[in-house]
Ligand binder design. Sequence first.
Ligand code: TYD
Length: 213
Amino acid sequence: MSYSYPGVFIVIEGVEGSGKSTQCQLLKAKLSSLHIPAIVTREPGGTRTGEQVRQWLREGSDLNRLSELFLFSAARVALLEQVIIPELHRGSVVILDRYIYSTIAYQGFAKGCDRIDIDSINKIATDNLQPNLAFLLDIPPKKSFKRKSCEEPDRFEQEDLSFHNLVRAGYKSIASQDSKLWTILDASESINTVHDKIWRRVTSSNAIGNNKD
Ligand code: TYD
């Protein structure tokens, strides 16, 4: 299906502690300062179903990679239907913290779910909705983990370094296959440097100019 809407869909991906949520908020603030309507939302979450699924996924001890795949997808369906699609139709810039690429990297590359199955489930869940731009905040997990707060680690954060290295390699493989969609950034640089690079890419793409008026 091909979509037509006045909004712009931007996805930010990366391993834990790569600075995704900070960069999402900085991008939103920049857009808002220019009076461009923008929202930030995250996966899993952003809806009642999504937040419940997030809770299960963080704690559920009897979940395997397949049930994770379906739960992340169920949360995604709710978020698309209730938030993302309506905002894109309203003309907003939707900044999403994690999307289908997290499923490919975590459940696929790191946990070994079949890639063809993941691609079909992602396609069904999203009706093949692709972002206009995607950013990979790339950083070695060994470095990014030092930035994490001392909150109780969830199931994913408890995985060992080799798991997170597989996630990182998965992301790099996904992003390097589509240079029109993806910008890979060195997330060990300062917050402001990363933000400037994101902003430069956003303004140099046609996406925002087209949605401004
Ligand atoms: P979260 O606390 O949001 O982590 P972060 O702040 O790093 O985004 O927890 C989400 C976790 O779920 C994170 O470890 C990545 C994982 N995840 C998947 O495994 N598959 C997915 O499809 C998505 C969206 C997230």
